[in-house]
Design a protein around this ligand. Sequence first.
Ligand code: LMR
Length: 396
Amino acid sequence: MFERVSAAPADPILGLTEAFKADDRPNKINLGVGIYKNEAGQTPVLATVKMAEKRLLENEATKSYLSIEGNPAYGKEVQKLLFGADSEIVASQRGFTAQSPGGTGALHNAAEFAYNHLGVRTVWVSNPTWANHGNIFKALGLEVKAYDYYNAETKDLDFDAMLTSLEQVAEGDLVLFHGCCHNPTGIDPTQAQWEQLATLTAAKKALPLFDFAYQGFATGVEEDAAGLRIFAKQIKELLVASSFSKNFGLYNERVGAFTLVAADKEQGATAFSQVKAGIRANYSNPPSHGAAVVTTILQDAELKAQWVAEVAEMRERIKEMRDLFVATLAAKGATGDYSFIQRQNGMFSFSGLSKEQVQTLKEQHGVYIVGSGRISVAGMTKDNMEALCAAIAAVV
Ligand code: LMR
């Protein structure tokens, strides 16, 4: 039977990592996947994670199953981080969180719930968006429509066009927003724009779904939740898929969360029972370790403060690399104004490089970036900057 199967295309992001690994040029540079690297080009385990793991190793008493939704203490910490420790959602207990296998697992949980229990058939995503969004939603049978987001000329948010396309959203459609550090453009709405987006989403009676994978990488852990918190004030029902891959550096532990916010606790409990039924049929219950690490850190004031400082360090290093990247491109004589790169948030820079230029960078210079022209600034170091910018200057 298997002879009937044709090969799947390589994944635009993770497939690039495979190609990078297979490349035996010693000076190759991987700026594809969004993984933080320090100045030495390594992705170390955070110090707070190591401390929490030590505690867990000493105190863990069982490897018995977690409940279907995972550890309730984890869910509580997730909600405090999303909505604020003293938020009304936390106090009224109308938020329900499932510990999920990564942000991708959380998006799957959200889409499955929306499709099976709310009758949602259409999801709106920004153009452009993370390459995996379409895969997740289409696999569940949702139709994916795109709303305008990026203006390639101004290299900025095209807010008017965004509003115009969101005017076409139908009642009950799912609308996906990137909580912060928009992937791939690095351009986020302002607070005033978030207010307008929330008002429009409410008027359309659409269901917002926040993909929140980079909390802490734009301005700060609390500050980056501004857009989500503005929505939560204006709209009673919303969904959030969050991830701790980046801000806790827990990539391979697959630790994310799906949070459902209902109008009240009773409705939320009923809706969440269906989320749990969906999880049971999918992966039964979540893996424990990554979420246990996050919970240990967030429950301990001292560890939490240290973690906030570690996130700030990652954020600041990326900002430093943005400045150095722009300066080095100019020094290497790359034609064009690249100052827009300094205005972008998070790990990525949407460079404006064409598919052909991306291809040439890979083939001739061993520089790997995503086909859309998205560059992971988090993978730049002072050591690879000269070679990187010389290569870019040669292709533009
Ligand atoms: C990325 O966009 O590079 C990351 O979110 C990793 C991934 O899974 O694609």
